[in-house]
Design a protein around this ligand. Structure first.
Ligand code: COA
Length: 321
C-alpha cells in the first residue's frame, strides 16, 4: 500500500585523508594492535587534518549524498547536522554547512544525541517532512571526535575516529519505500558513564571524553535489541524480512552480541568499525554509504539502523530503501 513517506534519495560519506593505525596509537599510549583488535575489532581510524572542521567533513559528505540523489542544494528545505563536536559553541554547525553549501533558504539546526545522533536526526527529519516543513531534508552525522579525546587515556583514545556521512530524504509515495518506523529512547540517569568533563556552562571549556567502558558495554546490547524489536513490532516485520543491519560502529563485540540476540546472520551485518573506529554520529551514515556504494544495499531492501550513545540515548529506524 502506498503512503507518503520519507524516501532515501541518496547517501554519501567522507573520511579525512590521514589514517592512524593501532601501531601508531601504541607509540602514544601503552596499548597494542592485538589488544585493540581483540577488544574492539578496530584496526585503524581517520583523523581530521589541522584546520579541517566538522563542517568541512559534513559538507564533503553532503556533496556526495546530493550527487547520489542527483540534486543540488536548491532542492533541500531542511539541514540537520547530528554532532557532538560542533565547529563552535554556536551557531549550529548546520548553519555553517548551509553557508558553505551556498544555501540561503530553508532551515538548519544541530541535533545532539551523541552516537545516536544520526538515528535521532533521521526520525526528526522524517516527522518534520511529514508535518509539512518541506519536501527534502539533508541529514548529516559529522564528527571530529579526535579534538575531544584525552590522548593520554588509553581506555578512550583508541576507540574513536573522525568522519561524516549524509543522507537525502524526500517526501513521496513509492510503494512501501521510505522510513517505515523509528524508535527513540534515552535515560539521563546514565550520563556520568559517558560524558565530557567540560562544557560551556560548567567549565567554559570543551572537556575530554570520559567513559566507564564496562558499564557502557553492559547496557549496549540490551538497549539496542529493545529498540530494534520495537521497530519490528511497529511495522509488523521480523528479522527474517531484514536485508541489512546497519549498527552503530562502536565495538565489534557489541555488534556481534546484538546480532546474536536478535538472530541476525553475520552476512547481513554491515561492519566498518575495523576501518573507521567509532565515528559517533557519523558511524551509521558512513556504514550506509559504504554499503550503498559497493552495491550491497539495493532499492527495495529492508534496512535497520541502530545506535546507542552518551546520555544514554539509543534508537533504531527501519527503512525500505
Ligand atoms: N590497551 C591496553 N590495555 C588497555 C586499554 C588499551 N587501550 N584500555 C584498557 N586497558 C586495560 C585496562 O586498564 C585493564 O587493565 P587491568 O586489568 O590491569 O586493570 C584491562 O585492559 C581490561 O580493561 P577493561 O576495561 O576491563 O576491558 P574491556 O574488556 O571492558 O574492554 C572496552 C574495554 C572499552 C573496549 C569495552 O569496555 C567497551 O568497548 N566498552 C564500550 C565502549 C563503547 O562502545 N563506547 C562508546 C559507546 S557509543
Amino acid at each position: 500500500m502506498s503512503e507518503l513517506r520519507s524516501i532515501v534519495r541518496g547517501v554519501g560519506g567522507y573520511l579525512p585523508e590521514r589514517v592512524m593505525t593501532n601501531d601508531e596509537m601504541s607509540k602514544l599510549v601503552d596499548t597494542s594492535d592485538e589488544w585493540i583488535q581483540q577488544r574492539t575489532g578496530i584496526k585503524q581510524r581517520h583523523i581530521a587534518a589541522e584546520g579541517e572542521l566538522t563542517s568541512d567533513l559534513a559538507v564533503a559528505a553532503a556533496k556526495r549524498a546530493l550527487e547520489a540523489a542527483e540534486l543540488t542544494i536548491d532542492g533541500i528545505d531542511l539541514v540537520i547536522v547530528a554532532t557532538t563536536t560542533p565547529d563552535m559553541t554556536f551557531p549550529a554547525t548546520a548553519a555553517v554547512v548551509q553557508q558553505k553549501l551556498g544555501m540561503h533558504h530553508g532551515a538548519a539546526f544541530d541535533l545532539q544525541a551523541v552516537c545516536s545522533g544520526f538515528v535521532y536526526a533521521v526520525a526528526t527529519a522524517d516527522s518534520q517532512l511529514k508535518n509539512g516543513l518541506g519536501k527534502r531534508a539533508l541529514v548529516i552525522g559529522a564528527e571530529t571526535s579526535s579534538r575531544i579525546l584525552d590522548w593520554t587515556d588509553r581506555t578512550t583514545c583508541v576507540l574513536f575516529g573522525d568522519g561524516a556521512g549524509a543522507m537525502v530524504l524526500e517526501l513521496g509515495e513509492d510503494g512501501d519505500r521510505g522510513v517505515l518506523a523509528s524508535s527513540l529512547r534515552s535515560d539521563g540517569h546514565h550520563w556520568s558513564k559517558l560524558y565530557t568533563d567540560g562544557g560551556p556552562s560548567s567549565t567554559m571549556s570543551i572537556g575530554h571524553i570520559r567513559m566507564e567502558g564496562k558499564e557502557v558495554f553492559k547496557h549496549a546490547v540490551g538497549n539496542i535489541t529493545d529498540v530494534v524489536r520495537d521497530v519490528f513490532d511497529k511495522t509488523g516485520t521480523t528479522v527474517d524480512d531484514l536485508d541489512w543491519f546497519i549498527p552503530h560502529q562502536a565495538n565489534k563485540r557489541i555488534i556481534d552480541g546484538a546480532g546474536v540476540k536478535l538472530g541476525i546472520p553475520p552476512e547481513k551485518v554491515v561492519l566498518t568499525v575495523d576501518h573507521h573506529a567509532n565515528t559517533s554520529a557519523a558511524s551509521v551514515p558512513l556504514a550506509l554509504s559504504v554499503a550503498a556504494e559497493d552495491g550491497r544495499i539495493k532499492k527495495g531492501d529492508l534496512v535497520m539502523l541502530e545506535a546507542m550513545g552518551g546520555g544514554f540515548t539509543w534508537g533504531a529506524s527501519l527503512i525500505r530503501w
